[in-house]
Structure formats: structure tokens, C-alpha cells
Design a protein around this ligand. Structure first.
Ligand code: ZN
Ligand code: ZN
Length: 395
């Protein structure tokens, strides 16, 4: 529905205000804005992981539309259009051709690339995809911007969640709209001060949770110790999302081989205790330092806040796309995460992460090499319906 606003400033949604849509002709008149346009702009904001969207032109009266080269009857004069520049988490404009693709995904019906950084979007009743760099009314010759710009379509997130630690000490769980929450369990050998509280509150609010352990290990032996500390904190609780090893900071000083071994030692140990495990890292060290077999073996949660979905790492289940997110129910900045995998269904089906009927098996101490018997041979005998196995030792 198109609404008429006679006031200069009114917040329309979390990121948009009437003032941004006012006609720039300089005369005092009301502003028309379609609700649907604001809804779609908010969806675009989320889809692109924006830090801000600047509206360079919103509503235009007929005279102003003509003065900027329009027909005087176009979508801007109906309050259904906006020319926008979308900024990523790095504070730089996201290139217009990617904005066009995302605008198509959220269902904006009129979209055109204006130049490298600016994009026209509208909610017309028909459909128009254009490329104004080739002329004001140039219509792209195919049905999708992905095809036109040869952009590979990235997976759509299933869920949007947050990850929290002691720094999120004021959460209004009744207001929180997050699909899931990943909770810091601890670090080195101590428990995060809010771990128990966060776990209980999220569970009481019916929000599925995962957990992470902030790593500091420099050796395989230290990684195993950390794993045991983590397992202790996980016992008796249920996690519908994976439990992650958070690798950052000083750990990145290790060379690729040593770091991969440390990560593998931690994750394989927690996995043996009955958990669906994963690795959390910033994208570029994950790509540069972790061996391919470790990347293939575990669930991946990649952090990259530059505004575009990472493509240099494949098959990750989660992408942390912002450190400065704002969500209802959380005071201050919070990390935001897209999840592309239905972990809860798979984890429950496999009976992992506390969802099993029996308690997970006790973790075994580090394996001691078995003594090699000298000159013995294994034997297997079948007599009647019975099978007998054993060893014959040389005397
Ligand atoms: Zn005007
Ligand atoms: Zn426009």
C-alpha cells in the first residue's frame, strides 16, 4: 500500500526513515512511500549483509522527475521506487550487479543497474530488469541478472542466528528473534561466565543452540586437553547445532601443518565423545592454513564480514557475515550468522549432541601402542553353528 507522509521524519523500519525518501525538488510537499518498497529494502539489507543503504532518490513529484530526465509518471512519482547504494560490512559500496542479483532474489519487480555503485529498485506491478549503463530504457535480454552478469547463484540461508559470549550480558530472550544461538562454552580450562545462564535461557525460550570453545592450544597435547574441558561442559545438555572449535588469535602463528594437526586433534576427540563438530575460523586463514582433508572432514563455520558471501571456501554450513549486527532483544553489537544446513534434523536423527538414548561413551585416554606379540597368529574357527576367535602363540 502506498502511504502519504506529511511529516519530514518518521522511522518506517529498522533501517529506513521518511526523510530519506523526500523529493529533492526543494518545494514543501508530501512524500509517497509504498510499504512494500520498505519491506523489500529491509530484505535486501539482510540478504546483502549491509552496514547501510543510502537512498539517493526516493519519491519525486512530476516536476522533479522530469527535471532529472524522467517521464513525470514513472515509479518514483508513485512512491514505489528508490535509487540506492548498498554498503557492505567493510563500509564500501557493494557493486551494483550483485545488488541487482540480490534484488531479484528478494522479489523486487523493477531493477536496473545505474552505474557501478547505484541501483534502481521498485515494486511496480509489472516486471522490468534494466541496465542503465547501456541507456535509460535498456532492458536486459534474459530473465535473470545472474545470467546477464554471469554470477553464480549462491545458496540461500535457511536460518539466521547469532553467536554470544559473556559480552552479551543483557539479552531479552522474550524479544529475541534469532533462529538459533551459538554459545561460547569457555576457553583454555575455564567456563564462560555466562555459558550456563545463556544455555538455560535459550533452551527455556525454545531457541535451538550450538556451542563453541575458544582455542588457545599450540600443540596436539594441549588441543586434547582443551577438547576434554569442552566435552565436560557439553555433558548433560542438548545441542541441535554443531559444537565448534574457534581458531583465531595466537593459534594462527602456527604453520599450516601444525595448525591442521591441532584442529584435527581437538575436533576428532570431541567427535568421538558423540558430537557433531565443526571449525570456526576467519575465511582467509581457513583457506590458507587448514589442510584440505581437515576442511573436508568437519563442518565449517566461516567468518567473512566484507559483505559478499565467500566463494573461496566451499561446502561450509555457516557464514558469520557481521560483527556489528543489531537484533531485537540484544543490547549492543552482536555477531550474525547465516546457516545453510539443516543441522537440527540431521543431529537429532543421528542421536548426537546429547540427543542419543544412551549417554555418549566415555572418552578413552590417549592410545597406548599395543604390545606386538611375537610370532602369534590370529585364528578363527567355525565348528557347527559356533564361531571361535583367538590367538595361537608360538612356544
Ligand atoms: Zn518535488
Ligand atoms: Zn530510479
Amino acid at each position: 500500500m502506498v502511504k502519504t507522509y506529511d511529516i519530514k521524519s518518521k522511522q518506517l523500519s529498522p533501517h529506513f526513515n521518511v526523510s530519506e525518501f523526500r523529493c529533492k525538488c526543494g518545494k514543501e510537499h508530501s512524500t509517497l512511500i509504498a510499504d512494500e518498497l520498505i519491506d523489500k529494502l529491509e530484505q535486501l539489507y539482510t540478504a546483502l549483509g549491509c552496514s547501510k543503504i543510502i537512498v539517493s532518490s526516493g519519491y519525486r513529484c512530476a516536476a522533479h522527475d522530469k527535471s532529472v530526465g524522467g517521464s513525470g509518471t514513472g515509479q518514483h512519482t508513485l512512491g514505489k521506487a528508490a535509487d540506492i547504494c548498498c554498503y557492505g560490512q567493510d563500509g564500501k559500496p557493494i557493486v551494483s550487479y550483485l545488488v541487482c542479483c540480490a534484488a531479484e532474489d528478494v522479489g523486487l519487480s523493477g531493477i536496473a543497474r545505474i552505474n557501478d555503485s547505484y541501483t534502481h529498485v521498485d515494486v511496480r506491478s509489472g516486471h522490468w530488469f534494466g541496465d542503465e549503463t547501456k541507456g535509460n530504457s535498456y532492458c536486459i535480454p534474459c530473465s535473470s541478472f545472474y545470467e546477464y552478469y554471469d554470477v553464480q547463484k549462491t545458496a540461500k540461508p535457511l536460518k539466521i542466528g547469532i553467536d554470544i559470549s559473556l559480552y552479551q550480558n543483557k539479552i531479552d530472550w522474550g524479544k529475541l528473534t534469532s533462529d538459533f544461538v551459538i554459545i561460547k562454552a569457555g576457553q583454555r580450562d575455564y567456563t564462560d561466565p555466562l555459558y550456563e545462564q545463556h544455555y538455560k535461557a535459550a533452551t527455556d525460550a525454545g531457541i535451538p543452540v550450538g556451542a563453541y570453545w575458544y582455542g588457545e592450544a599450540k600443540t596436539v597435547a594441549e588441543a586434547r586437553k582443551e577438547a576434554d574441558c569442552f566435552i565436560e561442559r557439553l555433558r548433560g545438555k542438548k545441542f541441535a547445532y554443531p559444537v565448534y572449535y574457534d581458531v583465531e588469535g595466537d593459534m594462527l602463528d602456527l604453520d599450516s601443518k601444525a595448525l591442521s594437526a591441532v584442529v584435527d586433534a581437538f575436533l576428532s576427540r570431541v567427535e568421538k565423545a558423540g558430537y557433531w563438530v565443526g571449525l570456526y575460523m576467519s575465511g582467509s586463514p581457513m583457506h590458507d592454513k587448514i589442510s584440505a582433508d581437515v576442511l573436508r572432514r568437519y563442518a565449517l563455520w566461516v567468518a567473512d564480514t566484507r559483505g559478499q558471501q565467500p566463494t573461496y571456501i566451499t561446502s561450509y554450513g555457516m557464514w558469520q557475515y557481521s560483527h556489528t549486527g543489531k537484533v531485537a532483544g540484544v543490547t549492543g553489537d552482536v555477531d550474525l550468522d547465516y546457516c545453510y544446513t539443516d543441522y537440527p534434523t540431521q543431529i537429532k536423527a543421528k542421536g548426537l549432541n546429547g540427543y542419543g538414548k544412551a549417554d555418549p561413551v566415555e572418552i578413552q585416554p590417549d592410545p597406548v601402542p599395543a604390545p606386538t606379540p611375537d610370532d602369534g597368529i590370529p585364528v578363527r574357527l567355525e565348528i557347527g553353528n559356533q564361531t571361535y576367535v583367538g590367538r595361537l602363540d608360538k612356544v
